[in-house]
Design a protein. Structure first.
Length: 327
């Protein structure tokens, strides 16, 4: 039996109180369990966010530390002689969470359909997370304060493309590959430019391609008269390239990222998924805004996020439509 509108709104109010807690300033903050559900819903079907390292930030600024040795630490032992002390090298990157607001509108019809089902609280949080997650991944990948048009979300924060210190180019003087060549030639150049010391475990590496590049790679593999070639074309299966999984990253199809004037154009990424990190401050606030005339409830979400690398040089960003900067 369909519930009347007031009954539905009462249940909605009760559910909202169950999933949030109120801070000292009166803001409604997602309970820890629902915070986790929100993050899962926002990242679950996002190619890159779902594989990147999540940092649940307990402060708006959080350090990402790395420790390593620049040379060998093993040496031959000599009697009555001390060994040479090797000092580790410390380096640090930072995540600086910035505030972003998302307004997610859910109609009464949609709410009623879900109120009458089970686990409504989880469903409500998941609906909000799924809608906010698209923009979150696009910002994390393509954000650049020096690009895009005024007012663009992507102009508000730097993402992984911008923060990488290891980029290669497909046009002009100093190009590492030819944008008119094959996708495999580009991937070969990316692998060649990847730091050799970090190639030991390729199962953690990923090639991320946009859909056009991914389709072209499938066709190139499919040209081989083998079972692997047949499987690639008929089942849209991307065979690993030299032991490295190849993923179709739909976020790289974003029109602003693909804009060769204000954005980056065609971008490909070679990452160690342990090296790319994205952080979200644990206080995610949510406030309902009822609009009776439209039979809709808007939820105003506030989350504080940032993204970065443990080591910004351990990756390769291939910019097919860009020329290497002078100097």
């Amino acid at each position: 039996m369909t519930q009347d509108n007031q009954t539905m709104l009462n249940q909605l109010s009760a559910a909202f109180k169950d999933i949030t807690t109120t801070d000292k300033l009166g803001a409604s903050i997602l309970q820890p369990g629902y915070f986790n559900k929100y993050v899962l819903a926002a990242t679950r079907d996002k190619t890159i966010l779902s594989e990147a390292r999540l940092v649940k930030m307990t402060a708006q600024v959080q350090n990402i530390d790395r420790v390593g040795f620049s040379g060998r630490i093993l040496e031959k032992a000599v009697e009555n002689q001390e060994g040479t002390t090797k000092t580790p090298e410390f380096a640090q990157e930072q995540l600086k969470a910035e505030e972003f607001i998302a307004t997610v509108g859910i109609t009464d019809k949609s709410l009623r359909r879900n109120v009458e089902g089970t686990s409504f609280n989880t469903t409500l949080v998941s609906m909000m997370g799924q809608q906010a997650g698209e923009d979150w991944e696009t910002l994390a990948v393509g954000g650049d304060k020096d690009k895009y048009t005024t007012g663009s979300l992507l102009k508000s924060q730097d993402g992984w493309i911008k923060k990488s210190t290891n980029k290669i180019y497909g046009t002009g003087t100093g190009k590492a590959f030819d944008k008119a060549g094959t996708v495999k030639d580009m991937m070969k150049a990316m692998l060649k430019n990847y730091p050799r010391n970090y190639l030991k475990n390729r199962s953690f590496l990923r090639f991320y391609l946009n859909s056009d590049q991914f389709d072209t790679y499938i066709d190139e593999v499919g040209e081989r008269p083998t079972v692997a070639g047949d499987d690639a074309v008929s089942n849209n299966v991307a065979r690993p390239y030299k032991g490295i999984p190849v993923r179709e990253a739909f976020v790289l199809n974003d029109s602003e990222i693909l804009d060769t004037t204000n954005g980056y154009g065609n971008v490909s990424m070679l990452h160690d998924i342990r090296n790319i990190a994205f952080g979200i401050f644990y206080n995610v606030t949510i406030e309902p805004d009822r609009i009776p005339k439209l039979r809709r409830t808007d939820y105003v979400l506030t989350q504080e996020t940032d993204q970065g690398y443990e080591n910004p040089g351990v990756n390769v960003i291939a910019l097919a439509d860009q020329t290497k900067p002078a100097g």
